[in-house]
Design a binder for this molecule. Structure first.
Ligand code: PLP
Length: 437
């Protein structure tokens, strides 16, 4: 919506957005927040968000996956309320919630012996990369085309690239030093040979391979088991670290993250988003011999951050993880709802003669407008992006919030019900018909 579109509009949301634009560049605090209505949000509870004009949306956006138990989940918010007023921020020594959180994380994430806390997934990834460069003494990082690991320099390239930029140098932003971009190499997901080729071209120079175990930043590419096992063996053989960026998959797909699902252990794991059910917290975990490189343990990698391990965010994460630990049926339920959604979307496409592939894992789903198989970014270039965006846009217009951007995924939380899924599928059938016709 442009300022011209807004002129003369009197809705509360339009007024708020107009006011926002005078004091916040573009009116929003993240560039992907201003696509499709609603533009101004007033409240969020359970599986729903309500905009400033009172319209309710069944939320599949889930704050990019940060909401796992539903909005304002009492299991988390009650604990946060209790934490507020007890201990705010001291910035000296350690607090009980930090220790309890690290204990829970190291108990639940199979490859974790120690963890450090951070405020965002991007920060956790920065630390993982610095640590990898330090322990290997090597400069280069490998990431996959389509993978997103945060907004910072070391990884801010080659996420959703136009076909002529894919696998080339496709920075997400201006202002990044060319040396930083050149230090990040790009491979193809589910294609071990593309990683082998980078090792052959840069012998003894690659510090780490970083991957989203399921690249949800391009929907849901599910890894072949041989690919993950092959990467594990290859990185070990080459003396590099393997980093699983479980910022989306962590806690969402299984209590122990995707590493628990696939049984392949990375050297380092980053997590964030869902672990605090909407409160800002993230972390990096790994074995003690690597984690003790942090300066807090007398090592050579700086560990700093005013808000790291703050008691309120830590309390939110403790409450979320305890809930998940004590309710294993959460995973059965969300996985079953995800399966129901994917089966329904597949059936709708078949019935309407639309070339579509309902992809995903657990409670995450995406409907690609392309024929299967879709295993890597090369396959995604066959996706009809305009249909994908139109599908999300029209679903959102009908009250099912799905971010209308190419390849954005959708999330089912503990607050969604079978009835919600069935209503969504009913609307999806109508919308798919409009896309076909
Ligand atoms: N890693 C992955 C896989 C992500 O999806 C994101 C954010 O979308 C990040 C890292 C960065 O996390 P944050 O936005 O909390 O900095």
């Amino acid at each position: 919506m442009t300022t011209a579109d807004l002129a003369g509009q009197t809705s509360t949301g339009a007024k708020l957005l107009a006011a926002a634009r005078t004091v916040i560049p573009g009116g929003v605090n993240s560039a992907t927040r201003l696509v499709g209505p609603p533009y101004a949000i007033a409240t969020a509870a359970g599986a729903y968000v309500t905009d400033a004009d009172g319209r309710r949306y069944l939320d599949y956006h889930a704050a990019f996956g940060a909401i796992l138990l539903g909005h304002a989940a009492p299991e988390v918010d009650d604990v946060v309320r209790a934490a507020i007023g007890g201990l705010d921020l001291v910035g000296w020594g350690v607090t009980e919630p930090e220790v309890e959180l690290a204990r829970l994380v190291t108990e639940t994430i199979p490859s974790a012996e120690q963890m450090i806390s951070a405020m965002s997934g991007s920060e956790a990834v920065v630390q993982a990369i610095r640590l990898s460069r330090t322990v290997t003494g090597r400069p280069l990082i490998v990431k996959f085309q389509g993978g997103f690991h945060g907004w910072h320099d070391a990884v801010a390239r080659n996420v959703i690239s136009a076909p002529d930029r894919a696998y080339g140098n496709d920075p997400l932003s201006r202002g990044i030093l060319p040396e930083a971009l050149d230090s990040t190499l790009i491979a193809e997901f589910n294609d071990l040979d593309s990683v082998r080729a980078l090792y052959a071209a840069h012998p003894d120079r690659i510090a780490a391979v970083i991957m989203e175990p399921i690249p949800h930043n391009v929907g849901a590419l599910v890894p072949d088991q041989e690919f993950v096992e092959g990467l594990r063996a290859l990185t070990a053989e080459q003396g590099s670290l393997l980093i699983f960026d479980e910022v989306i998959t962590g806690f969402r797909h299984a209590l122990g993250g995707y590493q628990q699902v696939c049984g392949v252990m990375p050297d380092l794991t980053t997590f964030g988003k869902a672990m605090g059910n909407g409160y800002p917290i993230a972390g990096l975990a790994g074995p003690r011999h690597l984690m003790e490189h942090f300066s807090s343990a007398g090592g050579d990698v700086l560990l700093a951050g005013t808000f790291n391990g703050n008691p309120v965010s830590s309390a939110a994460a403790i409450a979320t993880i305890r809930y998940l630990r004590d309710h294993p049926d959460f995973y059965q339920r969300t996985h079953a709802l995800g399966d129901r959604m994917r089966a329904g979307l597949t059936a709708a496409c078949a019935e309407l003669g639309i070339e579509g592939t309902a992809a995903g894992f657990g409670g995450v789903f995406a409907l690609y407008f392309a024929a299967a198989p879709i295993r890597g970014y090369r396959d995604l270039m066959r996706n009809a992006d305009a249909a994908y965006v139109a599908f999300h846009r029209r679903m959102t217009d009908r009250g099912f919030l799905m971010l209308p951007l190419a390849l954005k995924r959708n999330h089912i939380s503990a607050a969604h019900t079978e009835e919600d899924v069935d209503r969504t599928l009913e609307a999806a059938c109508d919308v798919l018909r409009t896309i076909r016709d």
